[in-house]
Design a binder for this molecule. Structure first.
Ligand SMILES: Nc1nc2c(c(=O)[nH]1)N[C@H]1C(S)=C(S)[C@@H](COP(=O)(O)O)O[C@H]1N2
Ligand SMILES: [Mo]
Length: 234
């Protein structure tokens, strides 16, 4: 039995502050010139960090866990919202309880997760945000297996958080007992400095600047990248 959840916009009857709806779902990101990463023959998610030993969960295993469907909108921090998407997969909270928790290092008190894609793009999420009811490890979008553009073979989906938290091509999860240190910081990291919570209804677009203030800059980025995505047929 699949449990179905409806979140974000229908619940509130309007879009989160500073968002505008678009009628398609682009492939979007800082680097869309590079094609999506190829999916390995036997894809798996490697679990590391505060576990007794690093281990892998084959993605095929997700078919055997309790299934969850989430109807939600998708909010990019740059200001566009793709409305009415339907994700299928496994609630991250179930995956955590059934697959990760039994393997934790004895006594470890988990505070954060790091989700990492095959393209090495990553997001840090607090334990509380990751265990929300509508947070998924999604393998289907709108009834079809996840396409390369939207995150094949597996995607971390957290509809109440901006797109940059929703890591595509998920291949690794690291569990942490404190906030992980940032690695090398690029100029882009500083300019587009992510917020540790990134909640769309609170407009937590940016790590240090108020969300409202960065709207115009992000709006320009959205226009340029959406035009590019449109012309490449995505
Ligand atoms: N692995 C990976 N995940 C990613 C990104 C990325 O470049 N690589 N871009 C993020 C950003 S900024 C957004 S808005 C969404 C875009 O998702 P889409 O391409 O399915 O629209 O994915 C997020 N997750
Ligand atoms: Mo984004």
């Amino acid at each position: 039995m699949t449990k179905t959840m409806t979140t974000t916009t229908p619940r509130h009857g309007r879009l989160p502050p500073g968002q505008r709806a678009i009628d398609w779902f682009p492939r979007f990101g800082v680097d869309t010139d590079t094609p999506p990463p190829p999916v390995p023959a036997d894809p798996a998610v490697e679990i590391g960090g505060a576990v007794a030993e690093t281990f892998a969960v084959p993605i095929s295993d997700l078919a055997t866990l309790p299934r969850r469907r989430v109807d939600a909108d998708f909010h990019c921090v740059s200001g566009w919202t793709a409305v009415g998407l339907q994700w299928d997969g496994v609630a991250f909270a179930d995956f955590y309880r059934l697959r990760i928790e039994p393997e934790l290092r004895p006594g470890a008190v988990i505070t954060h997760f790091e989700f990492i894609g095959l393209d090495e793009i990553r997001a840090v999420v607090t334990l509380g945000d990751a265990l929300e009811d509508d947070v998924l490890l999604a393998d289907h979008l709108d009834g079809e297996p996840l396409s390369p553009d939207h995150g094949a073979p597996l995607r971390f989906v957290s509809p109440a958080q901006y797109g940059y938290i929703n890591i595509k091509h998920l291949c690794r999860i690291r569990v942490h007992t404190s906030v992980p240190r940032r690695g090398r910081r690029t100029l882009a990291d500083v300019l587009l400095h992510s917020h540790p919570r990134a909640r769309v209804w609170e407009e937590e677009r940016h790590g240090t600047l108020p969300g409202r203030l960065v709207r115009p800059v992000y709006g320009v980025i959205a226009r340029v990248l959406l035009r590019k995505a449109r012309s490449s047929g995505r």
